[in-house]
Ligand binder design. Structure first.
Ligand SMILES: O=C(O)CCC(=O)C(=O)O
Length: 268
């Protein structure tokens, strides 16, 4: 769990270095799994200009080790202090691992993951190799998650242009994790070495307590599926809470299926 001061820093600045690291053995196994899928060009992959695979997507559908890392207590315990007890991983945002070589350096790499003040996400970047200013550590404009929404790219927004020069480098050790508010302006720096700078990016939500349709593009990794809407009785619903299996099952049946799915599970 995070201390109150750490939570406060995260709320103010839009990012926080998590206090613990992934265990070294897990980091090594993740690197092996990533390099195996890069070498085998296991789709879906993103290629660089030369056609070389530099990113693997859909991590949660690959080797179980990726789910293990995304749900590791050193990531979820502090996240619980920010998102509460019921946490989902997003399958349709991030969910990728990237090599970031000097071949992919981009001038306009700074961006927001979420453009508007709608339903924000928090993102953890898992660094599998040490990142430094030299090899292109993450850069962040502190506090920029408080600024207005943007229609598309921040590079078309007047206020964003005024602050892009304020991006600060955030070096991280191998196994280190950085949690960001995904409205904060951030992006990888340029890699000026011959080595890779390997990282994994995973987005998280709290369970949407006003949504009784479990979303198949979310993976419950901590706590329960909950629903607190007041649509049926006019009062806040007191419905059964669902564990991860029940929640996933309910997602298969669509609209209004929450109660039916609970009944089905109950029927066994
Ligand atoms: O690796 C980084 O420094 C930033 C990662 C990022 O912005 C992303 O994967 O969307």
């Amino acid at each position: 769990m995070l201390a109150m001061r750490q939570v406060q820093l995260f709320r103010n600045n839009g990012f926080l270095r998590l206090p613990n690291r992934l265990p070294p053995a897990l980091v090594e196994d993740l690197k092996v799994a990533i390099m195996a899928d890069i070498a085998g060009e296991v789709e879906p992959v993103v290629r660089n200009r030369d056609g070389r695979a530099v990113r693997i997507s859909a991590l949660m559908d690959r080797a179980p080790i990726f789910r293990e890392a995304a749900a590791h207590p050193s990531a979820l315990d502090p996240l619980e202090s920010l998102l509460g007890p019921n946490i989902e991983v997003l399958i349709n945002r991030h969910n990728h691992a990237t090599l970031r070589t000097s071949g992919e350096n981009k001038r306009d790499a700074l961006h927001r993951d979420v453009k508007q003040w709608t339903r924000n996400i928090f993102t953890i970047i898992f660094y599998l190799e040490e990142t430094t200013v030299e090899n292109g550590c993450t850069r962040i404009v502190p506090g920029s998650h408080h600024f207005p929404g943007v229609p598309m790219s921040i590079h078309n927004s007047d206020w964003a242009r005024d602050v892009l020069g304020q991006a600060l480098p955030v070096p991280m050790p191998a196994g280190g994790m950085l949690v960001i508010d995904s409205m904060v302006i951030h992006g990888p720096g340029e890699n000026h070495t011959d080595d890779t700078r390997m990282s994994m990016t995973v987005g998280y939500h709290s369970v949407d307590e006003l949504m009784d349709i479990p979303n198949p593009k979310r993976l419950l990794v901590r706590g329960e599926g909950v629903y607190n809407g007041n649509d049926e009785s006019g009062k806040r619903q007191k419905q059964p809470r669902m564990n991860a299996d029940e929640w996933r099952e309910a997602g298969k049946y669509g609209m209004g299926a929450r109660t039916r799915a609970v009944a089905r599970v109950g029927e066994g």
